[in-house]
Ligand binder design. Structure first.
Ligand SMILES: Cc1cc2nc3c(=O)[nH]c(=O)nc-3n(C[C@H](O)[C@H](O)[C@H](O)COP(=O)(O)OP(=O)(O)OC[C@H]3O[C@@H](n4cnc5c(N)ncnc54)[C@H](O)[C@@H]3O)c2cc1C
Length: 356
């Protein structure tokens, strides 16, 4: 049996960040990923996620600031840009543009409240029916490049990295946890579980988790007919109504719905795009994104793992640290998730709202 200080289960964005942060702090690390790098069965594949400061919740505005500084550090250490600085636009009544602009400014973000006429002039590809908030720190993250960079930096710091190596069981014992894989058993004092949609089944009976709902979501890529500029976009009409996002991905603009996913599990989901979701995305593009050709060029499914509050789960239960970037908005916090997981490994307390 091989021994390490810390094992990491899962090398999506959260696990890759944890492996990087923990190994940087000088602990010996072994990281296990069930599938190949950049596989498409989880939540972190592809080349575009939104980074934004624009939240209506002060906790997340603060955390996005910390995450932004860590993204810069990660890009520096990786020697490559991981964020494309497009700026971000939030609009629609559910985004409460006036309140959001005030909150962002209170947190030092140079946010602008823009009326609909000025917004239409600046972003002709978008149809506005009211004011918008411009978040100059909005950006597009490249998750696959970021995961590769964090794993590379962790390996350079000495981490053992094993892809195509599912962890079959975690068995806590007096000194830590036994980690069973088909390639042998390891022992670690602490295990960071960053297993995304597999977190519930893997920790069943070991950790009292909040309810976690796994949904299959879909995104659609559309070609611009209007050259832009294309910022990241979050558009919410009402608390229980239209809740859309869009962002540039390569030559396309990716459009998705934050809601209306199909409840499933990580192992039984079918990878089939919901035709009703495609119809809604096309209708949305026709009515609200006139700068796009409303024929999807490509489409893809992806998993959300959501808590009822949409908060994350980042806490420790004995030797097991749960690092779950839940609810469809975790990518932007990636390097911070790693730091918070490493803090839990070091015995620091969780952020109250992320506690088990
Ligand atoms: C369509 C879509 C759009 C999104 N857009 C945004 C956005 O714009 N901005 C934003 O901030 N966030 C966004 N998110 C959310 C963000 O992508 C996720 O929060 C993030 O990717 C979660 O990463 P993770 O590491 O927790 O999960 P995952 O990426 O799923 O990683 C978990 C990993 O654990 C592995 N694993 C599981 N069980 C085991 C085991 N037993 N042994 C070994 N390995 C195991 C899995 O194979 C997987 O690779 C989006 C998500 C989706 C689906």
């Amino acid at each position: 049996m091989r021994h390490v200080d810390v094992a990491v289960v899962g090398l999506g964005l959260a696990g890759a960040a944890a492996a990087w942060a923990v190994s940087r702090r000088g602990q010996s690390v072994a990281a296990f990923e069930a599938y190949a790098p950049a596989h498409r069965r989880g939540s972190s594949h592809g080349h575009a996620r939104i980074f934004r400061r624009a939240y209506l919740d002060p906790l997340y505005v603060d955390l996005t600031g910390q995450a932004g500084r860590l993204w810069d550090r990660l890009s520096d250490e990786a020697g490559e840009p991981l964020l494309a600085h497009t700026g971000g636009v939030d609009h629609g009544p559910a985004r409460e543009p006036a309140r959001m602009a005030d909150l962002l400014r209170e947190h030092g973000v140079a946010a602008e409240l823009v009326d609909s006429r000025e917004a239409a002039r600046r972003w002709p590809g978008i149809r506005f029916e009211g004011p918008a908030v411009y978040d100059p720190e909005g950006a597009v993250i490249d998750p696959e490049t970021a995961m590769a960079a964090m794993v590379r930096l962790a390996a350079t710091a000495g981490a053992h990295v094993a892809y195509d190596t599912p962890v079959r069981a975690l068995d806590p014992d007096a000194g830590g946890v036994r980690i069973r894989t088909d390639a042998g058993t390891w022992h670690a004092q602490t295990v960071v579980v960053a297993a995304g949609a597999w977190t519930g089944p893997l920790l069943d009976g070991l950790v009292p988790l909040p309810p976690l709902t796994v949904t299959q979501q879909q995104v659609f890529l559309f070609s611009p007919v209007e050259s832009g500029p294309w910022p990241t976009i979050v558009h919410g009409e009402s608390a229980d109504g239209l809740d859309m996002y869009a962002l540039p991905e390569g030559p396309y603009v990716k459009v998705g719905e934050h809601v209306n996913g199909t409840v499933t599990t990580a192992d039984t989901r079918d990878f089939t795009v919901d035709p009703a979701a495609r119809d809604r995305a096309v209708a949305y593009v026709r009515s609200r994104l006139p700068g796009l050709d409303p024929v999807p060029r490509s489409e893809l499914t992806c998993l959300y793992t959501s808590t009822p509050s949409e908060d994350f789960v980042l806490d420790r239960h004995g030797p097991l640290v749960v690092c779950s970037a839940c609810s469809g908005h975790g990518a932007k916090f990636t390097p911070l998730l790693g730091e918070l997981a490493a803090d839990l490994v070091d015995g620091r307390p969780p952020i109250g709202r992320f506690a088990l």
